[in-house]
Design a protein around this ligand. Structure first.
Ligand code: FAD
Length: 622
């Protein structure tokens, strides 16, 4: 029997897939009060470790969504990655030290990730039972252009052993349904191009006795047969993931498919048709690869083999349909970026869908298209970067082997090289600098031209990088707010404390020493005016500097912005490139990327009004 919803029962969003990506998206939609459902074909969540490494940018996202605590309580944090050739240490890379409040990689099994995200979804919905609809499979969908909805057919087993079918209507559908995505395959204009490696890989989660391998290092042993890596995880208690290739490195030319993944052989992590590996097989491989060192492995909780595919979908949006996470890009798990990229896809898309269905933006198409414009290049970069890394670690040609032994270790001795690699690996250099949502004010355009010119580059060699106003597309850094104690409750805060859980944009006024009341500072009046017109989409925050501020400034609530903070040292002003005495205004999106930054003169000249007028809908019209 097919159940069809009444016409007024149209969802805002149907989320297909309750892996980490779908679950984060569902958490976002829940936070904004959207009407959504999340379905998954499996009857339980992941039972294996699968994706484990969370990098700084993802943890910053979890922090902002009040999700980070259980991950910190559960995970383990190695300090460094070390590359060995036999018993000789070739290179050491410090994984600790990214520019973030979470300056490290945190290892947590995917099974816990899914549990934590599902639990927070359940709590936020005020429900006693999970709101993920399990054993529910998307079979097909179409876009109904007359009704402006997606019409999806889902099936689920019935208690009598049969199968029931339901028609679900939604304004948007998002495929978070992994590498074999039914959402992606549901449209013939979506291709998933790329290539597959010839070699098979083994992954084994095992125990290693205390004292044999340090638990605060990722260790990779190079060997002419291929690499063998050890990743400590969970509870800091001697559990390790072993990952190693099983032979023949190179690309499988026959696996260059254009439309979807055609068969099991082309899966991201295909179960390989070979005799199942036993603990003894893995022990023999380890013995050979790490000799003369010795470790004895036991208690395998998971041994599997897989082949690596590198693929990227051609566009993340088609009409009312989106793909995110592994449904959009798959690549080598070496580098640990699959999960992180997917979670960040969901964080990018969630607020955009919510703002569109709630009628908060002027140009819905521009906002929805910006998901592709911002996330597709990141997906492509990740596929390419992890491909290089996998080849450098694994390729068995004589030249690459010698480079690994003698050239690459030199690079790792440079702190500057380490810093660049860390920023890339931790995601702290991710920005949407060419986003169509950015508003380039004249001063920002001038600044960019100067910065990108040969002369600017040459001068920066001698004078250092000039202090510039932070530009649209950058992520909001965290920083310490040291405040004078004018009133009870004022203390030292982190900037991320001020904006945690935000579902609006944040309009920051960095007012230097220019006063925090309407009377003393015209820009405060401007910010108050904006916040009255855009209360549903913008929250104002003023950060000022102690010079020129008196306790009396805070007496009349009408005259200053409720969230006003005063710095005793201009730490945040410096962090965002606002010089003392001058003022600047930043508009930060709910996902913490800056979309507008301007000088006081530009705001007074109408740049902010012009930008907001074309971007957000005033409260009166929502
Ligand atoms: C062995 C292995 C090791 C890995 N190691 C790492 C690592 O170290 N670091 C890293 O970052 N990544 C790693 N990955 C990759 C990582 O697991 C994925 O990038 C991550 O799980 C992607 O999350 P996702 O939510 O996009 O997809 P998935 O986790 O695959 O979730 C997709 C969900 O969609 C559901 N689904 C599928 N089709 C349908 C349908 N038609 N209807 C309803 N539901 C459907 C599935 O049941 C599943 O629950 C590894 C993967 C594997 C398998």
């Amino acid at each position: 029997m097919t159940q069809t919803p009444p016409d007024n029962n149209v969802l805002d969003v149907l989320v297909v897939g309750a892996g980490p990506v779908g679950l984060l998206l569902a958490n976002e939609l829940q936070l904004y009060g959207c009407k959504f459902r999340i379905i998954d074909k499996n009857d339980v969540g992941s039972i294996h470790s699968k994706a484990m490494g969370f990098v700084a940018r993802t943890l910053e996202t979890f922090d902002n969504r009040n999700l980070v605590e259980p991950f910190l309580a559960r995970g383990s944090i190695p300090k460094r990655a070390v590359m060995y050739n036999g018993d000789k240490k070739l290179a050491e890379f410090t994984t600790f030290g990214a520019d973030s409040p979470y300056p490290y990689i945190l290892f947590v099994s995917q099974k816990y990730t899914e549990q934590f995200l599902e639990e927070s979804l359940r709590k936020a919905s005020g429900s006693d039972v999970t709101i993920v609809e399990r054993s529910t499979t998307l079979v097909k969908y179409t876009e109904d252009e007359l009704e402006d909805v997606v019409v999806a057919t889902v099936t689920r087993p019935t208690p009598d052993g049969g199968m029931e079918e339901e028609i679900v209507k939604a304004k948007y559908i998002v495929g978070c349904d992994g590498v074999h995505s039914a959402v992606r395959k549901g449209r013939s204009d979506w291709a998933f191009e790329g290539k597959a490696y010839k070699s098979e890989w083994v992954l084994a989660d095992v125990d290693i006795p205390a004292g044999t391998l340090t638990t605060d290092e990722l260790q990779v042993f190079l060997h002419p047969d291929g690499p063998c890596g050890f990743l400590p995880f969970e509870d800091r208690g001697g559990q390790f993931r072993i990952i190693a290739n099983l032979g023949d490195f190179g690309y499988d030319k026959s696996a260059r498919v254009t439309h979807g993944i055609q068969d099991e052989r082309h899966q991201h992590v295909a179960p390989v048709q070979r005799k199942e590996l036993t603990l003894e097989d893995v022990q023999a491989l380890v013995d050979r690869r790490i000799a003369p060192a010795k470790v004895s492995i036991s208690n395998p909780s998971w041994i599997t083999t897989f082949r690596i595919n590198e693929r990227m979908v051609n566009g993340l949006r088609r009409g009312r349909t989106f793909v995110a996470g592994d449904a959009a890009h798959c690549h080598s798990p070496i580098g640990g970026q699959g999960l992180n990229t997917g979670v960040q896809d969901a964080h990018n898309l969630g607020w955009k869908l919510a703002f569109v269905v709630q009628g908060k933006v002027r140009d819905a198409e521009l906002l929805l298209d910006s998901y592709n414009a911002e996330r597709e290049p990141i997906g492509n970069n990740v596929v390419n970067a992890t491909s290089y890394l996998t080849r450098i670690i694994s390729q068995q040609t004589y030249f690459v082997y010698l480079a690994r032994l003698y050239i690459i270790p030199h690079f790792f001795r440079s702190e500057r090289f380490q810093k660049e690699v860390r920023a890339m690996g931790m995601g702290t250099n991710i920005g949407y600098r060419d986003s169509p949502l950015n508003h380039p004010t004249p001063s920002i355009l001038r600044q960019k031209r100067r910065r990108q010119s040969w002369l600017g580059w040459f001068l920066s060699l001698f004078l250092g990088k000039p202090s510039c106003l932070i530009e649209p597309g950058e992520h909001l850094h965290d920083g310490t707010l040291k405040m004078p104690r004018f009133r009870p409750g004022h203390a030292t805060l982190m900037l991320y404390d001020v904006i945690r859980g935000t579902t609006t944009h944040t309009l920051f006024l960095f007012s230097g020493g220019n006063g925090v009341t309407q009377e003393s500072n015209a820009l405060v009046g401007k910010v108050l005016d904006v916040s009255r017109r855009y209360r549903k989409t913008i929250t104002p925050v003023v950060i000022s500097f102690v010079n020129g501020i008196s306790q009396g400034d805070f007496d009349d609530a009408e005259n200053y912005v409720e969230k006003t903070f005063v710095e005793t040292h201009p730490v945040l002003h410096n962090l965002f490139g606002v010089k003392m005495g001058s003022q600047a205004v930043l508009l930060v999106r709910p996902d913490l990327y800056i979309t507008f930054s301007a000088t006081a003169e530009e705001v007074e000249g109408g740049e902010l009004d012009k930008f907001l007028g074309g971007y957000l809908v005033e409260d009166a019209n929502i």
